[in-house]
Design a protein around this ligand. Structure first.
Ligand code: PXG
Ligand code: PLP
Length: 441
């Protein structure tokens, strides 16, 4: 018999993005994690089908990261990041830069994806102003986009519940492209859907409406994760790149989920062969062992902002914890693991098997779409009449009890396991979901 710890008070914590009352009535608590598995507070083991929240790409509790962070905590617990620094912040920037597409080699550190997004938007505005085009202030996002929860991020974001409470105070001058979800044309596509490149042409309409001279940047997730896995149609990102280049508009790829191997390459930009002007990242950058994020910036943008400044500080922006020593230790150790173990290549070579396993759910009850790319899959379910999201929520809950962690958003189940997943675990993941689909009405 295991000894029971005293009951804990659940009342004080306000949980993020959580149905607090429901959760507190029926809490689901994790106690430990190792490799591909969590252990719940009640002792049952759970296969991590989501890499935490799309972030533990090298699997849990990697000793190299733990040791690096522990060593760093003893040696230099904290160093200010304004006007002073520490060596590892430069080392970490060089290592991150080496994984980015050519030219995006100036790295600004943050602590999260939300901070990375707001940082990137501010860099875009600062860049145009530095070039004497300070009237370029419009930002263009996309419907169903998720760019974190800062005011900048929710302004360009396109997920309605994240915006409506704050709609009166969102950034002015923002417009949105339409999303690329087109099940009538693309349901059950394997990898990039064939239909939909022309959806990027809507940017021409937006440019014609507002005039290019007012637009600073376009921000999209190259693969939209949070909204329920939307893979870009063939040719779509290329069109966005062409149009933005034509009009001098910066293109920002929000790679908070996709950077560090998720699609089988260091970045989605690299995977798709489309190079944006800025890349936002977080999550996998540190394997989530310590909160960390970054923005990779085209060198010319950095140079323009620096050379326009005639007094000291060139860019009035930064975080107390930018390049926190523990974060840079975790980043360096995580990038070592990715490289040494070839995890991005591993994700790429597993992606076909992963795709087949995901698509094996086609034909199971209520499955109306399967979407996938790299080590990401989305299984969309028909919503229950009058209760959207309820079916996916029940499947999530049953899978958890059965020892498999999946994500759900609306009625889409999302899968994004650590890149160390074994073939047998891919089968375990989808087989469990398949069984549960058969049990849930
Ligand atoms: N941009 C993108 C593309 C993201 O996916 C953020 C920005 C914000 O990052 P932070 O670190 O501030 O949360 C994200 C985060 C989910 C889920 O279940 C997705 C995210 C976060 C939590 C849950 O899909 N994405
Ligand atoms: N609020 C106050 C009162 C502060 O002094 C600071 C930083 O000094 C912040 C907010 C911003 O905190 P951070 O740099 O961790 O984002």
């Amino acid at each position: 018999m295991s000894t029971q710890s005293p009951p804990i008070d659940l009342s004080n914590l306000w949980m993020p993005f959580t149905a607090n009352r429901q959760f507190k009535a029926n809490p689901r608590l994790l106690k430990s994690a190792q490799g591909m598995y969590y252990t719940a507070a009640d002792g049952h083991r759970i296969l991590d089908g989501t890499a935490g929240l799309w972030c533990v790409n090298a699997g849990h509790a990697r000793p190299e990261i733990i040791e690096a962070v522990t060593r760093q905590a003893r040696e230099l617990d904290y160093a200010p990041s304004f006007q002073i620094s520490h060596e590892d912040s430069f080392r970490a920037a060089s290592r991150v830069a080496a994984l980015m597409p050519d030219g995006l080699d100036r790295i600004f550190f943050t602590n999260s994806g939300s901070e990375s997004v707001d940082t990137a938007l501010k860099i875009a505005l600062a860049y145009h102003r530095a070039r004497g085009e300070g009237q370029r202030t419009r930002l263009i996002g996309r419907e169903r986009g998720y760019h974190g929860v800062g005011f900048g991020g929710i302004s360009v974001g396109g997920i309605s519940p994240n915006r409506k409470t704050f709609s009166g105070v969102l950034l002015p001058g923002v417009d949105h492209l339409q999303h690329t979800h087109a099940p009538d044309h693309n349901a059950f596509s394997r990898g990039q859907p064939a239909w939909g490149a022309h959806l990027a042409d809507e940017l021409e309409r937006i440019v014609a409406l507002h005039d290019a001279s007012t637009i600073a940047a376009v921000i999209v997730e190259p693969m939209a994760g949070s909204t329920g896995v939307l893979v870009p149609p063939v040719g779509y990102l290329e069109r966005l790149r062409e149009i933005t280049s034509k009009y001098g508009i910066l293109l920002i790829f929000d790679e908070v989920i996709t950077a560090f191997g998720r699609l089988g390459a260091a970045t989605a930009s690299g995977h798709f062969g489309v190079t944006p002007d800025l890349i936002t990242m977080a999550k996998g950058i540190s394997n989530a062992a310590i909160p960390a994020g970054a923005v990779a910036v085209q060198r010319g943008i950095y140079d323009a902002i620096l050379s326009a400044s005639h007094s000291g500080i060139e860019f009035f922006h930064g975080y107390t914890y930018s390049a926190h020593p523990m974060a840079t230790a975790a980043i360096l150790a995580a990038l070592d693991i990715y490289e040494r173990d070839g995890l991005f290549q591993r994700a790429d070579s597993l992606s076909k098997l992963f795709e087949d396993a995901a698509h094996s759910l086609r034909g199971r009850p209520n499955v109306i779409d399967v979407r996938n790319i790299g080590l990401v899959a989305g299984i969309e379910l028909a919503p229950r009449e009058g209760a959207p999201g309820a079916r996916a929520a029940e499947i999530f809950s049953r899978c958890f009890d059965r020892g498999v962690l999946v994500r759900y958003t609306g009625d889409t189940l999302a899968f994004s396991p650590p890149l160390i997943i074994e073939e047998s675990q891919i089968h375990e993941l989808f087989d469990t979901v398949s069984e549960v689909l058969g049990e849930v009405a």
